[in-house]
Write a new protein. Structure first.
Length: 147
């Protein structure tokens, strides 16, 4: 993808479901904004990436995190709390995408500091629609914090 921006928008997708990751990757291919999508499979790997540890020593700090809640080893709620508690990471916008639409889950996620909660679409067309809205809002309308 050729970029008209100085740097592509860096996105970190944290999701353990291979089908959901494939949907997201396909949906992000439809984006017009120049971006780079990294993916990790669980909460421990996510924190290693974000803190640039081990195999992620050269990782670029993401401009946006898309976080699933139900992750192995460290769930999304713990990741969200860890990111919000880390001075170097706490300003990264976090979009939570989960299959749950329970009011108590949504309230809990906002209380932990999520910027947005989206019920995860199940088919590619809906997923592409949601990703386009994420792209429009977070990359065209909102001014993201500097890396």
């Amino acid at each position: 993808m050729s970029c008209s921006r100085e740097h592509p928008v860096e996105i970190l997708l944290i999701d353990d479901n291979p089908a959901d990751k494939r949907l997201a990757i396909e949906a992000f291919k439809e984006c017009k904004t120049c971006h780079h999508l990294n993916t990790v499979d669980d909460g421990v790997e996510a924190m290693e990436f974000l803190q640039r540890k081990g195999p992620y020593a050269d990782a670029v700090k993401p401009d946006l995190i898309i976080l699933d809640l139900n992750l192995p080893r460290k769930d999304g709620r713990e990741v969200l709390a860890d990111v919000r508690g880390d001075q170097a990471l706490k300003y990264i916008p976090i979009v939570v995408m989960s299959i749950s639409d329970a009011g108590s889950d949504i309230l809990n996620i906002y209380n932990l500091g999520a910027n947005c909660y989206i019920t995860k679409p199940i088919d590619l067309e809906q997923f592409i629609h949601v990703v386009r809205r994420i792209e429009e809002f977070w990359f065209q309308i909102v001014k993201l914090p500097p890396r």
